[in-house]
Design a protein around this ligand. Sequence first.
Ligand SMILES: [Ca+2]
Length: 314
Amino acid sequence: MNPATSRRLLFGVGGLCLALGLLLVARTFWSSGSSLTTSAIDDMSALASDAEVINEPVTDDAALATDDDFPAIEDSAIRDPDARTEPRTGTITVLDTIPHDTGAFTQGFELDGDRLYESTGLIGQSTLRELDPETGAVLRSILVDDVFAEGLTIVDGEAIQLTWTEGIAYRYDVETFELLETHTYDTQGWGLCDDGDVLRMSDGTPTLQTRDIDTFELLETVEVTFNGALVERINELECVNGSVWANIWQTPLIVEIDPETGVVATVLNGDDLRPESTVDDSGAVLNGIAHDAATDTWLLTGKRWPIVYRVTIE
Ligand SMILES: [Ca+2]
């Protein structure tokens, strides 16, 4: 072997080793990153696998009357998240069902007093609508042109509706659905809820954003974690008593998040709620969470689900 051939061989072997080394490092990083987020959802699923859904609708209207009918919730850890030190599972109890428009690709769901609002997605089908919370009937609906609408919240007589990738939030007069103004943002838009002084927003990542109610300015962010692992795909949100409740996209899980620390405190398993008629529709996932403050009950539904459940969570 002449010296030139020897040098070429040396460089060749060296280059191969370097490439293999880089591949190994990249694979290690990829594996650890992947397992970090995947394991969070796997771990939550394992925790929630035995969580109970009591799905025998209660038809007695008196059961929906007052907080006094649900003393267990009054005393439960849901009202005192600070008292908890580790995630717990919660129980969903179905009280009643109402019909839901199976054409609605539900992206946002919120009660404002006794009025129920929904945002639906898909390009060409996105809407802002008001539903009758007793019958599920669509009372009003406007088409939102040429965008993929996402999360929705109601603040002081105004509806704020996100878009998925367009970076635009629409602000409407809730009485007339007249567009008042638009805001822009740099991330994707998934879920939105009104947390009193601020808005909470999800963008499909583990990041939970806090935004100014009036200007929509990004104020701060926190990473959502479950037992220290990041939780991806934080989706539809509901702000209740200082906690942020969120469903995890493409899973039946609903989690309660401390918005100051990002820590998941409660995991609910809504697997048994999925209507039989939707099991072959991979897009028909749980995606609507609306809390009824008057009765401390919740309305839960999913994209293209034929049913809205009224439930208690304990
Ligand atoms: Ca909601």
